[in-house]
Design a protein around this ligand. Structure first.
Ligand SMILES: Cc1ncc(COP(=O)(O)O)c(C=O)c1O
Length: 367
């Protein structure tokens, strides 16, 4: 199988799996226990935490079960903690459901939410963001890279802007960490990451934060500074640090992206959905008058795995909220497919995709 659905998830690297198994075998004690084995597990956990702080340029780390939990804690934990300052939060229309549904929950608690519209390539307008800032704005939450079409938001610029206004900034970096460079001098206050998007493990993630205090959203034994109660999975934490240390974006992403853009532009009735200046490892295209599912299943028969849009919405028959937000013409809306590269993608995979697509397209269109 040629796997080109790395935005949905990535294959764990062997070294990461080995680390996970080894830590489970040797350091299985509860890191909160007082005995020697507990201390050893705790030491390992703290080493992983220090490595992540350094790699992410952030001061504090909370281990979570993934990006979804990190996003929930970032938004709800910050909003509830600073509601005395104001109850206005800004986000965009194209965020991941874990952000959109967290802000919807906050709305029902009395917070006011501004959802910034986006342009045809998923880009936000910085002037619109500036004009939306109010005296009672406490938090802005924007993703770094859009998971469906690859739009990159200028987070360093926004971080500078918000710092001046003393407004907290949360970035969902699930699709960018380990792939794009961050400016260490312009980091947001809160950063969500997920293990399974960087050839790590599902069920592992981190909320990294600096210069902000959170209120807990789950209660129990008080682990993770009482912000994320529950026995910490040391093997998951260590494996996540390992996965992040090992990330090495392929220098060919950009070349493949350009090559595929050229390839798809030669078909009549195919529109490139992803922005030219987006993340090179995500390429979404739309085929006029066709259902994306038909292409996905046709390609699967040729042993090539791609997806319609996000994994979260790919089983819904309706166009995803992102596709609706970018205003794709009606005849293209249902025909979106997303091709996403990972570190294990090869040149042969790209050539196989092109050949398979040609065959499937011809067969479906009868040309
Ligand atoms: C941008 C973005 N944020 C958050 C998530 C959720 O991460 P997880 O699957 O680790 O909960 C995803 C996963 O698809 C994502 O793409």
């Amino acid at each position: 199988m040629i796997y080109l659905d790395n935005s949905a998830t990535t294959k764990p690297k062997k070294e990461v799996l080995d680390t996970f198994v080894k830590v489970n075998e040797q350091f299985y004690a509860n890191p909160a226990s007082l005995h020697e084995l507990g201390n050893q597990a705790e030491d390992l956990l703290e080493t992983a935490r220090s490595q992540l702080k350094e790699l992410l340029h952030m001061e504090k780390i909370i281990f979570t079960s993934g990006g979804t939990e990190a996003n929930n804690l970032a938004l709800i934990g910050t909003a509830r903690n600073y509601q005395h300052r104001g109850k206005h939060i800004i986000t965009s229309e194209t965020e991941h459901p874990s952000v959109l549904k967290s802000v919807a929950a906050l709305e029902s608690e009395g917070f006011e939410i501004t959802r910034l519209p986006v342009g045809n390539f998923g880009e936000i307008n910085i002037d619109k963001l500036k004009n939306s800032l109010r005296n009672d704005t406490i938090l802005v939450s924007l993703m770094h890279v859009n998971n469906e079409i690859g739009t990159v938001h200028p987070i360093a610029e926004i971080a500078h802007l918000l710092k001046k206004r003393r407004i907290f900034f949360h970035v969902d970096a699930v699709q960018s960490v380990g792939k794009l460079q961050f400016d260490p001098t312009a980091m947001p206050n809160l950063l969500s990451i997920s293990g399974h998007k960087i050839h790590g493990l599902k069920g592992s993630g981190v909320l990294a934060y600096t210069g902000v205090e959170l209120q807990a959203i789950q209660y129990g034994g008080g682990q993770e500074s009482a912000l994320r109660s529950g026995t910490v999975s040391v093997p998951n934490a260590v494996a996540l640090a390992k996965a992040l240390r090992l990330t090495e974006p392929n220098p060919l992403y950009n070349q493949w992206n350009q090559e595929l853009r050229q390839f798809f532009s030669e078909f009549a009735g195919i529109k490139i959905v992803s922005p030219e200046n987006g993340a090179s490892y995500i390429l979404s295209v739309a085929v006029k008058g066709l259902k994306g599912e038909i292409l996905v299943s046709g390609l699967q028969k040729e042993s090539v795995i791609v997806s319609t849009s996000s994994a979260c919405s790919s089983k819904n028959s309706q166009a995803s909220p992102v596709i609706r937000a970018i205003g794709l013409p009606r005849e293209f809306k249902d025909g979106v497919i997303r091709i996403s590269f990972g570190e294990l993608t090869t040149e042969q995979d790209i050539q196989a995709l092109k050949k398979a697509f040609q065959r499937v397209y011809r067969m479906i269109k009868g040309v």
